[in-house]
Design a protein around this ligand. Structure first.
Ligand code: SF4
Ligand code: ZN
Length: 319
């Protein structure tokens, strides 16, 4: 990528980080990503000394990098525990690869940092009685007009929370990266959704009963750097794409943001950084009285009578 020398050690540089002007050799590039995660954990107090952390490991590059780095850091804290959960939503030719990839990444993490990582799996089929594909087909037959990603996201979120409680986790770590966060901030701004906007952050504004708090250790790591880290470590990657991947508003934003960021390096980073400065004001103004109660059908926490997952399933005649 460059024939200049590493800003840190003077060895040949391998990566140019345009938004800071640093040139880095492989060793210092890898270290800088781990540093980025450590800084976020420390600054935003993502974990406590005795947390039992569940990593939502999808087999994608973000959560693989997350699992690898968190496991390494976690080895330094004898009172914390860490394990991985993989959800199989049930999309033929795609989601079956997930658990296998996560198992390989776990082996690599254990080989490099020692220790052991327990790995649990859960599937939509076992828990909801239907795969995502069956749910989507049913929905299309009934002409519901709900996007596959809505079912997938809502049902996955609920299952992750249920599993976290069943397995005794005190935190759930997810692989959201800097690009995801910049997109989410702009999406909520564009939709005028102040309540959701106020809740974008490295961890929940406040803990709500029934929800295992979700934290985002990769929040300040750009997607490109996660891809490079994953490549350098030789993590296996998904060989195919989900058949439902489409042209969502998020997809459009992703393309536009990447284009702007190439012309003005650091644009995505500054969106997130600026948002972090105004977020406390937003949080103060919004949703200070969010009351959650158990869903009448499934017992999971919700602000209404029944939760969104139960609503979606009920509309399809699935109970
Ligand atoms: Fe789920 Fe949509 Fe991602 Fe497919 S593309 S895994 S349906 S969120
Ligand atoms: Zn419910």
């Amino acid at each position: 990528m460059s024939n200049a020398t590493c800003t840190k050690c003077g060895r040949p540089a391998f990566y140019f980080r345009a938004y800071t002007g640093e040139r880095l050799c492989i060793k210092h590039f890898l270290e800088s990503i781990e540093e980025n995660v450590r800084r976020n954990i420390g600054k935003n107090k993502l974990f406590t000394w005795n947390d039992k952390i569940m990593v939502a490991a999808s087999g994608g590059k973000d959560s693989s990098v997350l699992l690898y780095i968190l496991h390494k850091i976690e080895q330094e804290f004898p009172h914390t525990e860490l394990f991985a959960l993989t959800i199989d939503e049930g999309v033929q030719g795609y989601t079956e690869q997930r658990a296998e990839i996560v198992r390989k990444v776990i082996k690599m993490a254990e080989r490099d940092a020692g220790g052991r990582i327990e790995h649990y799996t859960a599937s939509f089929k076992e828990r909801y009685g239907y795969t995502l594909q069956e749910i989507v087909e049913r929905s299309m037959k009934m002409g519901k007009g709900v996007s596959p990603c809505t079912y997938c996201g809502v049902l996955r979120r609920r299952l992750i929370n249920v599993m976290a409680k069943e397995l005794g986790a005190t935190k759930v770590a997810t692989g959201h990266n800097l690009d995801d966060e910049a997109q989410t901030i702009l999406l909520n701004l564009g939709r005028g959704d102040i309540h959701r906007l106020a809740r974008v952050g490295p961890k929940p504004i406040r803990e709500l009963p029934g929800f295992v708090p979700r934290v985002k250790p990769l929040r300040y790591v750009p997607e490109e750097e996660i891809a490079v880290f994953s490549y350098l470590k030789g993590f296996p990657f998904m060989r195919s794409e989900c058949r439902y991947i489409g042209t969502s508003m998020r997809g459009h934003l992703r393309v536009s943001l990447n284009r702007i960021d190439r012309l003005h390096p650091g644009f995505k980073y500054r969106i997130v950084q600026t948002f972090d400065q105004i977020q406390p004001i937003l949080a103060e103004k919004s949703a200070h009285d969010v009351k959650v109660r158990p869903c009448k059908k499934c017992g999971e926490p919700t602000t209404g009578e029944i939760c969104r997952a139960c609503q979606l399933l009920e509309e399809l005649g699935i109970d």
